[in-house]
Design a protein around this ligand. Structure first.
Ligand SMILES: [Zn+2]
Length: 447
């Protein structure tokens, strides 16, 4: 695509005028009744609308690409992250904003510090996206197929693979493109030659959301070394081996259950060994907080410093077997009654209180859990703020830094919570880690 440089004002006027034309045309389209159009015509319209959708997506990705690397240096208010602004204005999840930036970065010309811009990583795919010939799912299938080619594949073969994949993406659905991608991979790498870098690139484990029953789905790719460890701990859970917690000593577990238990025992041994070092001033361990009422009843759920809800029966068993950090609170208050710990550290106690009271980052609408948070002084230490639990709150790395840099101010509310303000509105507290408060507010509104 050629692009003649215009003044910023001319660009704004031109683009807005064209978007206005599209808006007006869409309004007219919506008002036309298609009851008597016939299905052949409807298919024709659906095909054209799909094409519009893809052209739009191409234009949108162009904006994401330019936002990520603005030639004009970009103009946005200092301290505000452009990703946050996009997520909020477009009402997209942070993950979706990130995904679009990632896709855009692969199909946009790349800036070079010296000399003219470099071509996009995938130039043929870029042209197809720009023309509106392919959809999101095609882009994903093409990128995935090209990413899976090992580094041993020659650049010319890689380019040929991209051309072939995009040609099929222009004519077929994304499942077909994915199948072509697998076939190309087999053809270009018949001996299955993969380097350590190829494996390192693909490795990754996704720990899914915890379900209402407390279970979590895990998926991903293990490198050979990781698999070797999993196999070793799973093999130790071999059938026929007596199990202490089984009355008649028979192991009736399935292979999948033995693999799960092997992983669990391996991780538990790792945490208990103390060999994992420290994380933010506390030994790497499980941090659990609960209230006295729930502990006494041995029922309900406790919370960990991650995002995990842990059944109270598990908490009690874990506490009896190993040293974990356990904080017990008076019912429905932030007053700590008991702090169990392996080693006394004043700063560690404060951190545990933050785990219990804040559960995670206290900046409004931030979902970062406690394990990812730093301890923030509501009143800065430099301004006479004390290192006292009533002045210490959780902030994730990013938000804590912005508060330290003065991009947010924080104040302690009457009920002992911390409220954040960026100066554009009243200070607000974060209910993201406290669903019970969110529900209470809804109830208050209706009542
Ligand atoms: Zn945060």
């Amino acid at each position: 695509m050629t692009c003649e440089p215009l003044t910023a004002q001319a660009v704004h006027d031109g683009v807005r005028a064209e978007l206005d034309v599209i808006d007006a045309a869409q309004n007219r389209l919506r008002s036309i009744c298609t009851d008597l159009a016939g299905n052949a015509f409807r298919i024709e319209v659906a095909e054209r609308l799909e094409r519009h959708h893809r052209v739009n997506r191409g234009l949108s990705l162009r904006m994401f690409g330019e936002i990520a690397e603005p030639v004009d240096g970009g103009t946005q208010p200092a301290g505000v992250k452009v990703r946050d602004v996009l997520a909020s204005r477009l009402r997209l999840t942070a993950a979706e904003v990130k995904r679009r930036f990632r896709v855009a970065s692969r199909i946009r010309a790349r800036r070079s510090l010296t000399g003219p811009p470099l071509p996009p990583e995938f130039p043929v795919l870029a042209a197809a996206v720009d023309a509106g010939d392919v959809g999101d799912d095609h882009v994903e299938a093409v990128c995935r197929a090209l990413d899976r080619l090992p580094s041993a594949v020659a650049p010319a073969d890689r380019e040929a693979a991209e051309r072939t994949l995009v040609r099929h993406a222009r004519e077929q659905d994304s499942n077909f493109v994915a199948a072509i991608g697998t076939a190309i991979g087999d053809c270009l790498n018949p001996d299955g030659t993969f380097t350590d870098e190829d494996r390192a690139r693909r490795r990754g484990v996704v720990l899914g959301r915890q379900g209402p029953d407390g279970m979590s789905r895990i998926s991903g790719w293990l490198d050979p070394e990781c698999r070797a460890y999993v196999e070793a701990v799973t093999a130790a859970q071999r059938p026929g081996r007596p199990r202490p917690d089984d009355a008649d000593g028979r192991d009736t577990r399935t292979p999948e259950q033995r693999c799960h238990d092997g992983l669990k025992l391996g991780l538990k041994a790792g945490v208990e060994s103390g060999a994992l070092g420290q994380h933010r001033g506390l030994p790497v361990t499980v941090i659990v907080t609960t209230t006295l009422g729930e502990l006494e009843q041995a029922a309900g759920w406790a919370r960990t410093g991650g995002k995990c809800r842990l059944p109270m029966s598990d908490v009690i068993r874990m506490a009896s077997e190993a040293i974990h950090y356990l904080a017990v609170f008076e019912n429905h208050s932030a007053r700590p009654l008991y702090l169990g710990r392996a080693k006394r550290l004043a700063t560690a106690d404060h951190r545990i209180i933050c785990y219990a009271r804040d559960r995670g980052c206290t900046k409004p609408n931030c979902f970062e859990p406690g394990y990812h948070s730093e301890v923030h002084h509501a009143l800065p230490w430099s301004e006479g703020g004390t290192t006292d639990a009533t002045n210490l709150y959780f902030g994730c790395g990013c938000d804590h830094m912005m508060a330290t840099e003065g991009k947010y101010t924080t104040t302690v509310t009457e009920d002992g919570r911390i409220a954040w303000s960026d100066g554009t509105g009243p200070p607000r507290v974060n209910d993201a880690h406290h669903p019970e408060r969110l529900l209470k507010e809804e109830g208050d509104d209706s009542g």
